[in-house]
Every structure is written in structure tokens, then in C-alpha cells.
Ligand binder design. Sequence first.
Ligand code: MG
Length: 374
Amino acid sequence: MNDLAPFAMPDEATRGRRHPEPAHPFRLPYQRDRERIVHSSAFRRMTGKTQVLPASVNDHHRTRLTHTLEVVQVARTVARRLKLNEDLTEAIALAHDIGHPPFGHAGETVLDECLANAGGFNHNLYGLRRVDELEARYPDFPGLNLTFEVRESFVRHAGKLADPKFAEFAAAGAELLEASVVDLVDSIAYDTHDVDDALGLGFITLIDLEELGLWRRAATPVRRAYPALDGYSLRTAVVRELLALQVDDLLGETTRRLDAARIRTVSDVRGASVPLVGLSETIAKEKGELERFLRERVYTHYRVLRMTASGKRMIHALFGTYLASPELLPVRHGRRLREMTSQPEVVVGDYLAGMTDRFAIQEYRRLHAAPSEV
Ligand code: MG
């Protein structure tokens, strides 16, 4: 464990677990959280879940899992530099996307529609239910029994602090620095790697990117240092610089804010009334411009929409089929449905949200297309 700054969240100050457990002889609480997340089935299934592009497109663009690993390592670098709790940062980063359904954003949209009468679908709240209830690995408690602080990160990112059900999290005060770092690093990571993947698939070109201030800021020093670079070599060098400059800016700006707000302790962090982790105004503005570009040119590119349209149709069809014929559900989910008769949609939604893209496609074929497969 690194030396902690006084504003870092120390393990011994955790508000603990829902089901009390004896301390481990040598593993710290957030370290145990981190390891439990990696051992969960939801974590492994991120291998087969779409980040932006379905896994079937090729073998080298990002999946939910490789995106998560990029977030983990950048967030850990930031945590180490700011002397935050690295184990807590890593645990939050490893868990941050485990509630995502198959087929990326399209999967979330369609599940939200299917569950409209049961409160809708939110991947953060589903992530919390996975770690609190749905993962079944330990004989002594349901779920992974994670610490308060890791569970809190799901509720905050769902924007549900005002919900009376989550009053204990709202009462904790402002967000811990470890959680704020993961949140910002997540968006730095996906903005950057989505540019890289979109270039790789030919949705955009290096020339298109020249209209963006943030891209030019990264490309200029690379071109100056390596005038002969072009094509793939130029792309990877600039993408690396794009990530590095945002991380540098995050470190500089966050240090400045901690200093300006006179943040000394974790109580100061919990009592802060302004965001403490952030980017400078210039970089934040340029990052916003890049995000608009990605929305217009990549996330809504007709080839991306085509890839996810079939995923949407499959989720929709499976939802209807399970609800109409619950006897088709596997034993564990069928049992839950009988126990929760008032909320059959939630049980079916939970089952669908846990699927990988591949499994959902296979299941769709089994139930809707090929009678010979079982
Ligand atoms: Mg993410």
C-alpha cells in the first residue's frame, strides 16, 4: 500500500459491510473488495459485452472488459500520484461497468423501455444489485458483500442520491476523491479509445480530427518530434499523447483545487461543496467538443447503429418470450420469478442484463430461430 495523503480514504475508516465479517489477517478491506469483484461472474462476462462496437466486429477494438482495464490502470496511476487509496480506486474502477447489459448503450435503452412499468433500467443500479444480491459465491451472505464506499459509487453514478432508499449514501456527504477520479478517468479513457477504435474501423479519418482543438493539441508535439510518422504509427502516437495530456491536466487541476479549497482531511472531502477532481477550463471545453464529435460521427454512425439494432430486437423479443413463458427460464431464475411474483419483469430484466452479447444471440436463436438447438 502506498503512503496515503491525509485526504485519502483510509481502509480503517470504512463504514463497513452489510453483513459483518471478521477482518482478514493480512488483506485490507478495499483489497478484498477488489479481489471479490475480479472473481465475480459479472466481471468475467464483461469479456463478451459491447463497449461501443459489438465483439464480433473484429478482435482488437475495446470490449467492456478491456475498457475497464484501461480505466483501472489510468485511475491507479492518478491515485498513486495524488497519494489516494489505490485499492479503493481500483475496486471502484473494476466494478464501474459490471452492471452494463449486452449490446452497449442500445441494450440499456431497450431494457429501460421493457421495464418502464417496473422503474426502468439503470446499469449502475443493476450493478449495485449484482454485487448486493445477484452474485452467488459465498455461503455466509448474498452478493459480494462489498464495503459501503464501493457500493456508494454505484448509487452516485446512477444519480439516485435523492431517493429515500439510498439515504445512507446521501448522508455520507460529498463524493470521495477515489470515486471522483474513477468517474473522470472513465470518460477520459472512453473518449480517447473511441477515437482510436473509430479510426481503426474507418468511421473517421486523421483529417476529420484536425477540426478538434484537443486532437491538435496532442498531434502538434508528436508531429514536431516525429515529422516522418504517418498512418497507423501517427494514430497510436497521437492517441497516447491525447491520453497523457488529459491525465496531466487532471493531476494539475485537481491539485490546484485541493489546495484552493484547503482540503486537508477526508472530512474536508466529505464536506466539500465544489467538485474537487476535474480538468482545467480549457481542456474541459476541448474535451466537450471531442465528445460532441464522437456523438455525431461515431456513436450515431449508421454502421454502429446497424450493429446494435439487431441486438435491440433480440433483447426485446427475449424479454417478451420469457415473460409470456416463464417456464423457459433456467431453474435459478424461474425460482426467483416464483418468489417475486409481483415483479416478474425485474427478474427477466436481471437475467437479460447479465448476459453477454454472444449468449443473448445464442439464446435468441434457441428460442426464436432454430428448433433443433437446445
Ligand atoms: Mg466505463
